[in-house]
Design a protein around this ligand. Sequence first.
Ligand code: ADP
Ligand code: MG
Length: 305
Amino acid sequence: MLQVKNISFRYKKKNILEAISFHVNQGEHVSIIGESGSGKSTLLKLLYGTYDLNEGEIFWKDSQILGPKFNLIIGPDFMKYVSQEFDLMPFTSVSENIGAFLSNFYPKEKQERTLELLKVVELEAYANIKVKELSGGQKQRVALARAIAKQPEIILLDEPFSHIDNFKKQSLRRNLFKYLKEKNITCIVATHDKDDVLSFSDQMIVLHNAKILANNTPQYLYKHPKDKLIASFFGEFNDINGKLIYANQLKIVETSDLKTTVKQVYYKGYYYLIEVDLNGNKVFLEHHKALKIDTTVYISIIRQG
Ligand code: ADP
Ligand code: MG
């Protein structure tokens, strides 16, 4: 189990993280979310032992994770960390980058394992290409494969799919998270993408103003977004009489107390996002077809079970 006990950290004067506590069981997947600058990357770096804490302690099982004051080499053996910068060897091939952490005593096993890893990140065709010739997204995939090459007990991923295009992202995300679950590798992901969280995380931690604003399952936080920041992470939402209502929780009805006027219509593929005016306030709802600007529509909140 990973135990984060009351940690605080500042680079200079201002606390970036303040009294942060949480724990993660072996094999669990946790997302760290929060606005840009909220301290997600800093938290991952602290978990890896990159900096000395100002207060608190971090433990993985019985080993304490300590910063550079106490360690010559940063990062414990049982942990892998994929930073937002990748840290690859540019002049060697994709295969060599991935195999760098594998033993040379068993060449056949090394070759098989490298191929298995190339498959996870869908880079079989690039095995012999030099890393410096790859795109940003391809480099990110090499970094991911490197991190899981020698099975860590815990992996820290900082926005792991941020450079990967939508064509590849969905399948890569499924492959990687499935692989980590199968191998019972504990995974902590800093992200601002709800698709990294909803289908794959057991726990979701929201950072805001240096503190943990919420820590619960994605299912719970989706259904009970106690704060606008949390609701906005999941999608378009409205504040109707103090209640946070997602755009897909509103429907158009024959008549209701909520009389609105259509203001804008946005095509979204399988639905339209409709902006209406409700007593001078903007409200967004999802509808299966386009509506004419300036028409009057009545809306109602769908009860969710
Ligand atoms: P996030 O990953 O959530 O975007 P970061 O952890 O990168 O946030 O940054 C949190 C805050 O710490 C930001 O205000 C950022 O400017 C500051 N910060 C990050 N790295 C450093 C550093 N090496 N030195 C000083 N301040 C830093
Ligand atoms: Mg970051």
